[in-house]
Design a protein around this ligand. Sequence first.
Ligand SMILES: [Zn+2]
Length: 421
Amino acid sequence: MAYSSRRVPNALTWLFLAALGAEAATRLWLAARQIRHVSAHRDSVPASFADSIPLAAHQKAADYTAAKTRLGMIDVLVGAAVLLVFTLGGLIQWLSDAWSAVFATGSIAHGTALLLSIVFVQALIGLPLAAYRTFGIEARFGFNRMTLRLFIADLVKHAVVGLVLGVPLLLAVLWLMGKMGTYWWFYVWLVWIAYSGALMMIYPALILPLFNRFTPITDGELAARVARLLERCGFKSSGLYLMDGSKRSSHGNAFFTGFGAAKRIVLFDTLVSRLQPPEVEAVLAHELGHYRLHHIAKAMALSAAVSFAVLWVLGQLIGHSWFYEGLGVRTATDAAALALFLMVLPEFLFFVQPLLSRYSRKREYEADAYAKSHASAAELERALVKLYQDNAATLTPDPLHSAFYDSHPPAAMRIARLEAK
Ligand SMILES: [Zn+2]
């Protein structure tokens, strides 16, 4: 072919570049605001925390936040560069050509090899930043408990689990794309829903134990308090477990896993060692609130609706050569379409982030209100202050940065609501 009917770059190229530029510029601007705001408030603890949080802890939180945000800025720049190299830079095309020497272009084997090699290259590029996050920043602020050996062991385990769980899904998706005609995207959606449901069921019993040890908590004040709380809230669970989170980090947490009557409550050992039993009870009441108010079910329904819409859009794009050419790919295969779409889509959805964050903050207030009516608001408040201090979470975030990204309301606002009648 001497002449191509369509020129590269096309309109999609410019649209993509505009979206990528707008996203990166907004992220960097918000990060700069956050660093400025936190640093400006570094030298005085906000009045409502003046007698619960010492100045030194407040300053540590400011420095920790600034360090993490700075790393985030590097992440934005690296991410944008990597995305450009993969797409317009021709790396996806190059990998596709390279695999064409081994497998028939467009076959399931070719597609699987292409997608796995893309994931591998991305993981490799992300590794230095992940290592710096753990052994640089987390270690500098005294949070890291991870040895290099554990870091590498985790990496290998994650890769194996990812391959075992991911490759069958990939094969199923590529097969459906090749065989199901125009409505392939609908079949892929069905498979995706079934797959994520199955994953949620096997996760607590099969995946989590690969990374942590779980010990049942059966007696003592904590177990008795939790049992009474569950009864008050009409909640059935298959047990309360202590997780050895301290082998990786000193950050504390609590969560629920599993479905129906197989739900387990998991407390990090780091949380239990820092909080008094009534405080743990209040934190759990908040988590129970998320369940009782159907936040989990709503989030799952939302994600099912979003994946339906997203797959439909890909279904419309996949047959057009401008979609591939505009993003730097000449060989139009199903796998290339998947890769391009999944990489480029986040740029176009970035400005939905504030809406999602706002939705999530609303849910947090609701869970706090639930905790207030089923446990003690004063204990939850004490627990939150300890957690903010222990995690060096800033009490003075930039309001715009917080509105854009934060899934949880700022500390002062949460506590004001807990104290309100
Ligand atoms: Zn919550």
